[in-house]
Design a protein. Structure first.
Length: 134
C-alpha cells in the first residue's frame, strides 16, 4: 500500500499543477512484457534473462496496478496499458538482437521500453482514450 499511496500522491500533485495551468493530467500505466503471459526464459528474444518472471512479481505488479486503478482518483483520466498487446504472440513482443527481422514485429526493447511499433500502438490507444474524454 505504501507504493500505491506514494504513486497516487505524486499523481495528485501533477494533476493539481496541470489543472492550475488549464490542462488535464492522464495517468497511464505503461506496458509490461512479463504481464502478458508466461515467458519462456529459453527463448532468445528474452534479452533480460537475468530477471526471472516469478509468479510473485506478476502477482505483486497485478495487485499494485489493480489498487491504483480502483482508487477513486482513477475514476477519470487513468488508463491501464500494462497488458496492451494481448493479441500478439508473447515470443514476438520483445526485440531479439539476434534476429534483425524481429524489429518489424516487436513492440518492446525489454520489459517496459517501447520501440517504434509499440509507440505507434500505444499512441493509438491513448488517442482513443483522450477522444472519449473530450
Amino acid at each position: 500500500d505504501l507504493f500505491v499511496k506514494s504513486f497516487l500522491a505524486n499523481q495528485k500533485t501533477m494533476r493539481t499543477l496541470s489543472s492550475a495551468r488549464g490542462a488535464f493530467h492522464i495517468v497511464a500505466i505503461q506496458p509490461i512484457y512479463t504481464l502478458h503471459g508466461v515467458v519462456d526464459e529459453n527463448n532468445s528474444s528474452f534479452v533480460f534473462s537475468n530477471r526471472k518472471n516469478s509468479k510473485e512479481e506478476t502477482r505483486f505488479l497485478t495487485n499494485l496496478i489493480k489498487k491504483i486503478m480502483e482508487d477513486p482518483f482513477c475514476v477519470q483520466y487513468c488508463i491501464d496499458l500494462s497488458r496492451s498487446f494481448p493479441n500478439l504472440p508473447i515470443e514476438d513482443l520483445v526485440y531479439n538482437p539476434l534476429d534483425a527481422s524481429s524489429l518489424e514485429t516487436a513492440v518492446l526493447a525489454d520489459n517496459v521500453h517501447l520501440i517504434d511499433r509499440g509507440n505507434v500502438l500505444i499512441a493509438e490507444k491513448l488517442a482513443k482514450f483522450i477522444e472519449q474524454l473530450e
